[in-house]
Design a protein around this ligand. Structure first.
Ligand code: CO8
Length: 261
């Protein structure tokens, strides 16, 4: 498979070994449907041994969003088993990103919500534009984060703040994300790509094997996480009326009326 075969991903590679991957589904704010996830899986397998990629930057097409989450239309009809299985397969893809053998930087250029925030958290470093909004609003849909967010968010910012973000479902602005350590740097929209490429080039001056082993060593600190538990709980919620109500309310552009069953 060649990168030009992808429908929802755009890959730009140049001489300096900094590659830019754009999630390209702007009419749906780059929401992650099954096809996008499948393409991400294929692309990461392809780039592992690609000499033209030394550092990968991931961003979203358009001016509004990095990624606005998993595709809620697809989620809305999931059964318990399908929910658990989709959660587990997405977790495996995001794990592939986190354990990629070269640095991966998320350039968060707008909304990074739900699965979009989880994608950014699976990357090694996050740069945000000033207009970025980052959050895990799944509880507003009667769900929980299912692509590793319940595990990676506390790892990145601590349990207390992670509880607040996940239980309120409220997004935070770039500046707050910087203050709590969720992103590494905030830049204006005009400067963000230049800053990120510059950061990538600093990394590329170093030994590639050392970069790979540094990523592996740092990741090993966080190797006891309970992703299976997250997928099981996500699946259980797919069996509830609250989940049907929450996702249908979004699709019908109205507020959800949860009954707790
Ligand atoms: N899924 C599907 N479609 C979406 C999504 C999404 N997550 N986000 C936006 N869209 C679509 C809208 O439906 C709309 O489509 P259309 O034009 O056909 O009506 C289009 O994108 C543009 O969106 P809006 O008109 O809503 O744009 P606004 O600027 O008014 O609002 C927001 C932008 C605030 C970002 C709003 O779109 C929004 O709230 N989106 C949903 C955010 C959200 O709740 N994300 C979390 C989703 S759940 C999730 O990610 C779970 C991850 C774990 C999954 C685990 C296993 C399955």
């Amino acid at each position: 498979m060649k990168s030009s075969d992808f429908e929802f991903l755009k890959l730009e590679q140049n001489q300096n070994r900094v590659s830019v991957l754009t999630i390209n589904r702007p009419d749906k704010l780059n929401a992650l449907n099954r096809s996008v996830l499948h393409e991400l899986d294929q692309l990461f397998q392809m780039l592992r041994s690609d000499p033209k990629t030394g550092v990968l930057i991931i961003t979203g097409a358009g001016e509004k969003a990095f990624v606005a989450g998993a595709d809620i239309k697809e989620l809305s009809s999931l059964t318990k088993q399908q929910g658990e299985s989709l959660s587990a397969s997405g977790q495996a893809i995001f794990d592939q990103i986190e354990s990629f053998n070269k640095p991966v930087i998320a350039l968060i250029n707008g909304y990074a919500l739900g699965g979009g925030a989880e994608l950014a958290m699976a990357c090694h470093i996050r740069i945000a534009t000033e207009n970025a909004l980052i959050g895990l609003p799944e509880v507003s849909l009667g769900l929980i984060p299912g692509y590793g967010g319940t595990q990676r968010l506390p790892n990145l910012i601590g349990k207390s703040k992670a509880m607040e973000m996940i239980l309120t479902g409220q997004p935070i602005k770039a500046e707050e994300a910087l203050n709590i350590g969720l992103v590494n740097h905030v830049a204006s929209t005009a400067d963000a790509m230049g800053y990120t490429v510059n950061l990538a080039e600093k990394m590329l001056k170093n030994g590639p094997l050392a970069l790979e082993k540094a990523i592996e060593a740092i990741n090993s600190v966080y190797s006891t996480n309970s992703y299976t538990k997250e997928a099981t709980l996500f699946g259980q919620l797919c069996n509830t009326n609250d989940f049907r109500e929450g996702t249908n309310a979004f699709l019908e552009k109205r507020n959800a009326d949860f009954k707790g069953n």
